[in-house]
Design a protein around this ligand. Structure first.
Ligand SMILES: *[C@@H]1O[C@H](CO)[C@@H](O)[C@H](O)[C@H]1NC(C)=O
Ligand SMILES: *[C@@H]1O[C@H](CO)[C@@H](O)[C@H](O)[C@H]1NC(C)=O
Ligand SMILES: *[C@@H]1O[C@H](CO)[C@@H](O)[C@H](O)[C@H]1NC(C)=O
Ligand SMILES: *[C@@H]1O[C@H](CO)[C@@H](O)[C@H](O)[C@H]1NC(C)=O
Ligand SMILES: *[C@@H]1O[C@H](CO)[C@@H](O)[C@H](O)[C@H]1NC(C)=O
Ligand SMILES: *[C@@H]1O[C@H](CO)[C@@H](O)[C@H](O)[C@H]1NC(C)=O
Length: 402
């Protein structure tokens, strides 16, 4: 329904930014893109598993894509300087419509691989859809292990001062304090610019409509751990149910935190940073970094930031079920969510890939016009952020470097 209202407002020309702005690029800065591969979709995977040749988030695509009729991702292995030494190739189908890159985990790996990819001379990514597709920690209030979430916001929750909880003032609920403030959960007054990334909601909603066609995987082991959340009742009801596709947001932190208190604190902080509109739902270590690079490269007209999709599947709960300690939950018990989370990256993701390819000529080549604000906390791409202290460029997009 949101998409419909976006279409209506697009027709009424209420969408306040147009991301298709080739006309404002000075000719001298137009890169020579002849002969480059121009994939329609770039799948961005993260997870590594040290004993395997490929990370499991990538392998699920290599293994399954041929049976979808869309080709073999191992048909073209394209070496790109600056990728992770562990995953030095971008993999593409023979005709180059679908490609996949593995960044490796964490914010540093995600940012540096994405930057190397976009600056590579081998690709023209100006019309490419980026499907960030990885496993995540999951908030039992909104989804479950094996559940699939499509985000509007990526929020860098741990970008704060931190005290060890044993040394924090007694009146604090958590040892994290937003930059420039003196109390947890205050609105920060010092910004790095990467605190919140808002992606194209109209595209997210289209991706959701594709993804809900998927038959999501599930198994008895996952069901067994989920059932431990039942005693919590209504508040954690989504945790106890089978997997589904939901619309909710992604928190980024290099710190792999776990437990009720930090999860609640970062839930609170997501709400603070997004001025009450973000829904803390999935937790991972990369999205904000990947999006931060796409944002910078959008300024240079090398990618279109409004073509980024953030999809996460729950592999473990961010906090324990009733009667289980945070320690046991993370480090002793088996949550059994990994296999279904990996499988559902493909099950939901392939529907999004198919949907974009099937409707390429009519809809996706030209781009899906965003109706929400799209970009970072500073208004870097133009427009006025619906969170944060306001545009620092008076609503204008930052000009590309020449
Ligand atoms: C662009 O690159 C192609 C292939 O490398 C080359 O043949 C062509 O002359 C270049 N065009 C311009 C305008 O530099
Ligand atoms: C691409 O790399 C994979 C993994 O090493 C390999 O199995 C495949 O044969 C390679 N493809 C080509 C065309 O060389
Ligand atoms: C996510 O990236 C965007 C774009 O750089 C940035 O504005 C935002 O602050 C980042 N969020 C976090 C939590 O890092
Ligand atoms: C919490 O404790 C700190 C440090 O003792 C103090 O400065 C601050 O005023 C207290 N905040 C509230 C709301 O009482
Ligand atoms: C989260 O916010 C709620 C409501 O303001 C507050 O009661 C709770 O203590 C906060 N939790 C943490 C861990 O900061
Ligand atoms: C977001 O909330 C902060 C703190 O209350 C406020 O200063 C800022 O103006 C709000 N931003 C928007 C876009 O509403």
């Amino acid at each position: 329904m949101r998409f419909l209202s976006c279409v209506v407002s697009a027709m009424l020309a209420l969408c306040h930014i147009s991301m298709a702005s080739d006309t404002i690029i000075p000719r001298s800065t137009q890169p020579n893109l002849t002969d480059k591969l121009a994939p329609k979709i770039m799948i961005v995977s993260m997870a590594s598993a040290d004993l395997l040749q490929f990370g499991p988030e990538a392998e699920v695509w290599y293994r399954n894509l041929p049976s979808s009729g869309l080709g073999d991702l191992l048909a073209l292995n394209i070496s790109v300087p600056g990728l992770s030494p562990k995953y030095p190739y971008v993999h593409c189908t023979a005709e180059g419509a679908v490609c996949q890159v593995t960044t490796c985990e964490g914010e540093i790996n995600a940012a540096s691989t994405t930057m190397a990819l976009v600056l590579s001379s081998k690709f023209d990514l100006r019309k490419t859809y980026f499907l960030i597709a990885g496993i995540a920690g999951v908030n039992p209030k909104h989804s479950t292990i094996g559940g699939v979430a499509l985000a509007r916001f990526a929020v860098q929750v741990a970008l704060q001062y931190e005290f060890d909880a044993r040394e924090m003032p007694r009146n604090f609920t958590v040892g994290y304090v937003p930059y420039g403030t003196k109390q947890p959960n205050s609105y920060p007054t010092i910004f790095y610019g990467t605190e919140v990334m808002e992606v194209n909601q109209a595209l997210r909603d289209l991706a959701y409509n594709f993804a809900i066609k998927a038959q999501l995987a599930d198994n008895d082991d996952s069901r067994a751990y989920r059932s431990r959340y039942k005693p919590a009742g209504r508040i954690w009801a989504p945790a106890a149910k089978g997997p589904s596709v939901v619309k909710c947001d992604s928190a980024t932190s290099d710190v792999y935190y776990s437990g009720a208190l930090l999860s609640e604190a970062f839930d609170n902080y997501t709400s603070v940073l997004t001025n009450g509109t973000g829904v803390y739902c999935m937790t991972a270590q990369e999205d904000n970094a990947t999006l931060g690079v796409l944002l910078r490269m959008h300024i240079q007209h090398l990618v279109d930031f409004s073509r980024a999709i953030v999809m996460r599947t729950g592999s473990n709960f961010d906090r324990p079920p009733p009667g289980v300690t945070a320690y046991e939950h993370l480090l002793v018990l088996q949550q059994n969510g990994f296999a279904v989370a990996i499988e559902n990256i493909y099950q939901a993701g392939i529907e999004i890939v198919k949907g974009i390819l099937a409707d390429w000529d009519k809809t996706f080549e030209a781009g899906v016009k965003p109706c929400n604000y799209v970009g970072d906390i500073w208004g870097t791409l133009g427009g006025y952020p619906d969170f944060g202290p306001g545009s620092i460029t008076d609503g204008q997009p930052v000009s590309p470097a020449v």
